[in-house]
Design a protein. Structure first.
Length: 172
């Protein structure tokens, strides 16, 4: 078990389209386990493999309320097969530090993929679960929440981030 480093914007790996997993071997299972630990430590409610520098089609998430026992899920090669309605929720992203913005997404989605035992699963989610599934599957396409906000907001964030990175560099 290990904590992984989370890649942050503008790391180019976040723009990479992740490739399907063809064999669920020990290295994939280890990665999933490490991603779950990294997600809880961050803390976050979802993580895509690109975010830890591995452009594979693998996501983990847990939308269980904090006062309830953890219930992590692993989805391999997830695909949104249908989406309906719309919702706008404030989102954050472990790869977009210190930033929150409202993002418009489907209210309900149905996702197909494989669980960590390679068994096909179909997940219907609404509300927060629907947001997390769409957000994480976006990552696998190289799409960040920044790509789903207005160009003006995006430009402001990029400016802020550049300043932040510059001052981090100056202080080292
Ligand atoms: Zn994210």
């Amino acid at each position: 078990m290990a904590f992984l480093e989370i890649c942050t914007y503008p790391n180019p790996v976040l723009k990479k389209k992740a490739v399907p997993i063809t064999e669920i071997d020990d290295s994939v299972l280890q990665l999933a386990e490490d991603m779950i630990e990294t997600m809880y430590q961050a803390p976050g409610i979802g993580l895509a493999a690109n975010q830890v520098g591995r452009p594979l089609r693998l996501i983990v998430y847990d939308v269980t309320p904090k006062d309830q026992p953890r219930n992590p899920a692993v989805l391999i090669n997830p695909e949104i097969i249908s989406g309906e309605g719309s919702q706008s929720q404030e989102e954050g992203c472990l790869s977009v530090p210190e930033y929150y913005a409202e993002v418009k997404r489907h209210a309900r989605v149905t996702v197909r993929g494989l669980n960590d035992r390679g068994v096909p699963v179909e997940i219907c989610g609404e509300g927060l679960l629907a947001v997390v599934l769409q957000h994480e599957i976006d990552h696998l396409e190289g799409v960040l929440m920044l790509d789903r906000i207005s160009a003006l907001k995006r430009a402001l964030y990029k400016k802020r981030r550049q300043k932040q990175l510059k001052s981090d560099n100056d202080s080292h």
